[in-house]
Structures are given as C-alpha cells and as structure tokens.
Design a protein around this ligand. Structure first.
Ligand code: PLP
Length: 394
C-alpha cells in the first residue's frame, strides 16, 4: 500500500467542486438537476477578450513568459490598482498566477511555518483553511451569523490574535455570504491589526466589481493605509469578466513577500498560460461596460432570490451587498423536517427530492445555512425556488 504524506491527508477535496460534479453525474443519469452550486458566472466571456486571445495565438504568443507575468499584463494590473483602488505598486510588487487560487496558495507556502496561525472569518471561501493547512499553518476560524450579517467585529479579531498569528484573511464582498464590509468597519478591523505589526493581511478582492452598495469599493488597505507594507491585495479576472476557465489571478503587495510567492510559482507551475494573459490584459485595459451589464443581471436575480427565500418557512436570508451568492439560514426549516438534522442532510435531501444542487453551509464553516449561486437565468431560479418550497412543505 502507498503511504501518502501527512500534508495531503490534512486536507479534503474542494466541496463546491464535489457538488458540481455530483450534479453533473446525476444529470448524466437523466435527472433534471438544477445546479445552483457552481461559483462561476453563467455569461460567456466577452467577445473583445476572446478576440485578444485569438490574436495572441496568431501572433505566436504561445511560449513561456516571465514567471510573474508578461510586462503588458503587469502594466495593466498596475494601472488597474492605481485607477480603481488608489494603490501604487512597482512591477516587482505584482505577481500573476494561474487563478486567484494559486495566488493564495503561493502566499500560504511563502509565509507560513508549521504551527503558524491564520485567522479566517467564517463563512469563508472553502479553500482558505485547506491551503493554510497544506502549508503547515493552523486555521483559526471566527464565527459569525445571519444576525451580524456574517461579519466579524474588531473585538472578535483582537481576541483571536496570539503570538503565533501570522496571517489575517478578509474577503469582501464575501463568497459565500455576499456581504461587504463598510469603510468604517474595515478601519476598525485595521486599527486592531495596526497594533500587531507581525501579522500579514490578505485581502481577497475577487468580487470587487460585483457590488451594489451604491458606494465605491474599499478594501482594508484603503480604509487603513498604515497596513500597506504588510497587505497582499488579491484579485483576478475569473468572476468580473466571466473568465473562470482562463485561470488568471494576480496579487499586489510587499516586494519581499511577492518575490517569495514568485519563487514558489517558479518551482511549481512557472508562468500562467501566455494566451490567457493576453486575454486578461484586454479585460483589464478594455471597455468595462461588460462588467456593468453582468452586475445588473446579478442584482436583479439577487433581489428576486432573497425575497423568495425569505418567504419560505424557517428560512432567513439577509440581503447581500454583492457577488452572485445568497446564503440563507435554513436552521428553522431543518428543525421542522423529519430525518433532516443538518444543512448537509438538507442539501442531500434537496438534491434527491427537489433535484436542486446547493452547497451546505458547513463547507464554508457556517452550519445551518446553504449557499445558492444565482449565476443562472431567472426562469431557472424561479423553478429552483418552486422545487425547494415544495420539498420543504413535505
Ligand atoms: N477567491 C474567492 C473568494 C473565490 O470565490 C474564488 C473562486 O471561487 C477565488 C478566489 C479563486 O478564483 P480563481 O482561482 O478561479 O481565479
């Protein structure tokens, strides 16, 4: 028998990808499954972006690029950070990776020693704790609930900090909750972190553009500029430009840490795909109307879904600030159902009887909830809600 590493045995496969493939399996068996589990926009990648990739192929841009990204894409990223976020970076403070996921993975490996603690607010993107664990770190989870709109308080953060804390992760707007922290809330968290100079801050701004608070997007380093020297800003083109398959993410941050992340990448995957980089450059430097159109559709669906979920017995859904997820609390419904003890049971039951795939909140560290992705057409969403309602009334 083969002995696997302790490292790999510490982690589990991504639960969201697992639900998506389970739904695909059932569909292949002929079941009419509505998949609301996936974390990707349903729109096609905009044409001008595809065109840039086709041109890159035809121009022979099909070879290795610098490990940390092409000069053209890095220039577009630097301009994006400057113009949209008011953040100044030199080229050696930018790393382009094969997706936002790889950016975070590089960072975890570059930063954490065995036993180092990483503070992660729940509900969290499923991959943070496992990436921390692969790197030998220990995830320290901060719990929240629907009443706090799934946001942590400065007191919670302060209480979780120990001499071993090396990293604080913040994702706003959040996958899965859809909530964004206000500038004041971020400043209050930043004030706590200012007192602890050894903690690196990772702000995952992946859903920056999918936001409808009416206020400009702000991250923790905007709200607390004193953190600039120890904050890694992570972003990518996957969600904003409907480019999940192209695999381009990027990070801006302190030169020393970015160089270390680049070293990890140079010994694992090297540069991200050259063609995808050309497409990402067109996405960042091109017309941003495509983003606005998608966000408008997401907002309409959000309003419908939140309203419809709140009408279901035993379900509470707080209105989100952005993203394409709703994160309803089903604990009342779970308590009322025979043979359903947890959100995992409920998700299994809904897949079986209602043929709707949702991700249990426990996957995100928030049991009792389900994540519903509304990156799908309105008719499909209406049918999904109808089926869920029927299943709950049984
Ligand atoms: N960060 C968050 C919060 C996400 O939800 C995702 C994707 O699900 C990512 C990062 C990674 O995106 P990708 O690796 O597809 O660029």
């Amino acid at each position: 028998d083969i002995n696997l590493s302790d490292r790999v045995q510490r982690i589990k496969p991504s639960p969201t990808l697992a639900i998506t493939s389970k739904a695909a399996e059932l569909r292949a068996e002929g079941k009419d499954i509505i998949g609301l589990g996936a974390g990707e926009p349903d729109f096609d990648t905009p044409d001008h972006i595809k065109q840039a990739a086709i041109e890159a192929i035809n121009a022979g841009k099909t070879k290795y690029t610098p490990v940390d990204g092409t000069p053209g894409l890095k220039k577009a990223i630097i301009a994006k950070f400057k113009n949209e976020n008011g953040l100044d970076y030199e080229a050696n403070q930018i790393l382009v990776s094969s997706g936002g996921k790889q950016s975070f993975f590089n960072m975890a490996l570059a930063l954490l020693n065995d036993g180092d603690e990483a503070i992660i607010p729940a509900p969290y993107w499923v991959s943070y704790p496992d990436m921390v664990k692969v790197a030998g770190g220990v995830p320290v989870i901060l719990e929240t609930d629907v009443d706090s709109r799934f946001k942590i308080t400065p007191e919670q953060l302060e209480a979780a900090i120990t001499p071993k804390t090396r990293l604080f992760v913040i994702n706003s707007p959040s996958n899965p909750s859809g909530m964004a922290y206000s500038e004041e809330e971020l400043a209050a968290l930043g004030a706590v972190l200012e007192k602890h100079p050894d903690i690196v801050v990772a702000t995952d701004d992946m859903y920056e553009h999918i936001l409808w608070t009416g206020k400009p997007f702000v991250n923790i380093v905007n709200a607390c500029p004193a953190l600039y020297d120890r904050t890694v800003v992570m972003n990518g083109v996957s969600k904003a430009y409907s480019m999940t398959g192209w695999r381009i993410g990027y990070a801006g941050g302190p030169q020393k840490l970015i160089a270390a992340m680049k070293k990890v990448q140079s010994q694992s995957t090297s540069n991200p795909a050259s063609i995808s980089q050309a497409a990402a450059e067109a996405a960042l430097a091109g017309d941003q109307q495509c983003v606005k159109d998608m966000v408008k559709a997401f907002k309409e669906r959000h309003d419908y879904v939140v309203d419809a979920l709140n009408k279901l017995p035993g379900v509470t859904c707080a209105a989100g600030d952005g993203t394409f997820y709703a994160f309803p609390d089903f604990s009342g419904a779970i308590a009322a159902m025979d043979g359903v003890e947890s959100c995992t049971d409920l998700a299994a039951q809904l897949l079986e009887t209602a043929e709707v795939a949702l991700v249990p909140g426990s996957a995100f560290g928030a049991p009792g909830c389900l994540r519903l992705s509304f990156a799908t057409g309105m008719d499909t969403l209406k049918e999904a809600i109808r089926r869920i309602e029927q299943a709950l009334s049984k």
